[in-house]
Write a protein that binds this ligand. Structure first.
Ligand code: GDP
Ligand code: MG
Length: 660
């Protein structure tokens, strides 16, 4: 909101400028007035819009032209005063004053003008007939008013209009020539409609309208008022009300009506509540609320933000296939000024068979943006109207700033949900294949990805001891001399070499020795392309010897050249190492005895699979018969399952449901 409003009065001598100001202040007509009134400031609390207001007089006797020009540039609104009984003073409005003011202001940001016909007590007739053509000619004239300093008629109204012209200007909203709203205003109101249409059916129903009303005006509409509004729309246009709710056309019509009736403040209140500034751009303060991120901390979305994003997904997944088709995605980002996700996103997160981003993938991408570029995430949530719909102070309320990683390491535990793994390897060692394998894509499927849609990130979830965590893989371009801090700082390092290429391991050994040998970041060696015959690596030590020497787990064989989706175990291991950097040696074995191995074995056990299958039947089968329920074997297994869940926790149960 503005800090203050500066109103300047100009016009021919003796039209009553000074008298108008004195009448306003003293509430009586002064018989004798000076040439020029002192500048007065009306304190915020006595003005209708609660903004301090300065009123400035002009007198050609006391002021030079130069002083006048200065006042014109300083003013926020100018009242051109004429006397209704003085024809010459009216003529001068167009012949002298308007051109003089326009010469001193930008054509694009014309200062609003108000035509003031004073001394209405002296005439029977109105000057409106003469004034209307002038109003039509000059769109910068906000309004006109006839008043009398002597009778105190319309005096406070005059200053109220002037204040309103500054605080709620017509200019950005409405084009008086065309008698319709301007494009930017239509665009803003359309976004507001879409954000407020919580179920995305193209209609604001009574609930949505009430929420909207409460959000913008702090009070719900009475049932009758709601009906009245809809009736006004019904009467005027035929597609404004549908299924007893307001359509976008109806919503836009209503605002056009507000503006045409001089109720700009209503439309402005709505626009400002949804973050718009005076130029109808989203305000920087709205898009980028302050959020402090100390070093060694990361940013994650909190539960509340995930719930919001989930509701946005649900609202746009119209066919309920748990994935966003290109049209659905376009519709989701319709409230953005640009399309934020390119084709590379489809290769950064999980997609379905058609290559469309799944629910999981969608949340993963949000998690990635929050982690890598929190400012961008704040901006995006701003476009979606997070603070308004989730009723939060700002987008910053949806963020968790994690604690310093050094403290995590000290305490040997972490509350983080997102872990970063940087993947190093020589050219052709299989880094990209590894990233894509994490998204469930085998080599065949990977070959369909075009070079320009390639991504250097992959993010998805992994379950570690029953907890769902995000693992963010980042493929580091193999260049020794230019490894930035961002490429080196991560929670776990993955070094990949091509087991079928004798010259591949050397790079991993070099990177490790140069950057990670003395760091506390756990490292894992991966021998890729395990489907091909293994060859001896040209290096002083074998990979296994190298790993032993540097106290790393043994190299992990890996291939993404599989018939089905590639194995995920390695990603679970990486996540585990990232979460428990101290316990790195204990869990990387294949001993089948340690906690990690036991947990993995248990998850894959046949009993677990059976319980899983049965649970699906109960929860998801619509054709479930009574016989099934009565089957004693089922109950037996289900109760075993229940015990298992108690042991493993609810998160695991959720995992099984999700993997359907
Ligand atoms: P300025 O030169 O524009 O500032 O005009 P003034 O305020 O000095 O007023 C010029 C003359 O018009 C004075 O004699 C006022 O008393 C008179 N006057 C101002 N306003 C009104 C009004 O509303 N009605 C009548 N009848 N006379 C007015
Ligand atoms: Mg005067």
């Amino acid at each position: 909101m503005r800090k203050d409003v500066r109103i300047l009065l100009v016009g021919e001598p003796k039209v009553g400028k000074t008298s108008l100001i004195m009448s306003l202040v003293t509430e009586e007509f002064p018989d004798v007035v000076p040439y020029r009134a002192e500048e007065i400031t009306i304190p915020a609390d006595v003005t209708p819009e609660r903004v301090p207001t300065h009123i400035v007089d002009y007198s050609e006797v006391e002021q030079t032209d130069e002083q006048l020009y200065q006042e014109i540039t300083k003013a926020n609104v100018i009242c051109i005063v004429y006397s209704v009984n003085n024809k010459k003073s009216i003529e001068k409005v167009t012949s002298h004053w308007i051109p003089l003011i326009n010469d001193r202001t930008d054509k694009d940001s014309r200062i609003p003008l108000i035509l003031v016909g004073n001394k209405s007590d002296l005439v029977e007739h109105s000057s409106m007939e003469t004034i209307l053509p002038i109003m039509n000619k000059y769109t910068e004239i906000e309004t006109c008013v006839e008043c009398s300093a002597k009778n105190l008629k319309n005096i406070s109204e005059l200053f109220y209009y002037a204040q309103k012209a500054v605080l709620h200007p017509t200019g950005p909203l409405y084009c008086p020539d065309q008698k319709e709203m301007k494009v930017a205003c239509l665009r803003a109101l359309t976004r507001i409609f879409k954000v407020s249409d919580l179920d995305n059916d193209g209609i604001l129903n009574d609930n949505e309208l009430n929420f909207f009303q409460r959000t913008c005006f702090n009070s719900p509409l009475a049932a009758q008022a709601l009906e009245d509004v809809k009736n006004v729309v019904r009467k005027n246009i035929n597609n404004g009300v549908c299924d007893n709710g307001l359509t976008l056309n109806g919503f836009l019509f209503l605002h056009t009506l507000f503006i045409q009736r001089g109720r700009h403040e209503t439309t402005w209140t709505v626009l400002r509540r949804f973050g718009y500034d005076d130029d109808l751009e989203l305000h920087q303060d709205y898009l980028f609320p302050p959020l402090k991120i100390p070093p060694d901390c990361t940013t994650e979305l909190n539960h509340n933000a995930y719930l919001f994003l989930q509701s946005i997904f649900d609202k746009h997944d119209k066919d309920r296939d748990c994935a966003l088709s290109p049209e659905e995605l376009k519709d989701l980002f319709d409230v953005f000024p640009y399309m934020p996700w390119g084709a590379d996103v489809n290769n950064t997160v999980c997609t379905n068979d058609q290559g469309w981003i799944t629910y999981q993938g969608y949340l993963s991408q949000w998690t990635l943006t929050t982690y890598l570029d929190v400012q961008r995430c704040l901006e995006y949530l701003g476009y979606l109207g997070y603070s308004i719909i989730a009723e939060q102070e700002s987008q910053a309320a949806g963020m968790t700033v994690t604690r310093d990683k050094k403290i995590d390491l000290q305490k040997k535990q972490t509350q983080r949900n997102v872990f970063r793994c940087n993947v190093f390897g020589a050219i052709g060692s299989g880094k990209s294949g590894f990233l894509q394998a994490f998204l469930g894509r085998n080599l065949m499927r990977q070959r369909t990805i075009s070079e320009e849609h390639k991504s250097y990130y992959a993010i998805s979830t992994a379950f570690v001891y029953g907890q769902e965590k995000y693992l963010l893989l980042h493929e580091v371009f193999p260049d020794f001399d230019f490894l930035s801090d961002a490429e080196l700082s991560c929670d776990v390092v993955c070094l990949i070499y091509d087991a079928s290429n004798p010259f591949s391991f050397e790079y991993c050994a070099k990177v490790f020795k140069q950057y990670f040998m003395d760091s506390k970041t756990p490292c894992m060696m991966v021998a890729s392309k395990a489907d091909l015959p293994e060859v001896k690596q040209q290096y002083a030590l074998t990979p296994l010897e190298f790993c032993r020497k540097h106290k790393m787990p043994p190299p992990q064989s890996y291939t993404c050249n599989t018939a089905a989706a590639p194995n995920r175990d390695i990603f679970i291991k990486l996540t585990t190492m990232a979460m428990y950097p101290h316990a790195r040696l204990r869990c990387m074995c294949t001993c089948n005895r340690c906690t990690f191995c036991l947990c993995q074995n248990f998850l894959n056990s046949e009993l677990m699979q059976t319980v899983k299958a049965k649970i699906y039947t109960v929860i998801f089968s619509r054709h479930m018969t009574q016989a099934d329920l009565k089957s004693s074997t089922f109950w037996l297994k289900a109760s075993v399952g229940a015990t298992v869940f108690v042991v493993l926790g609810f998160a695991m149960y959720r995992a099984m449901l999700r993997s359907r």
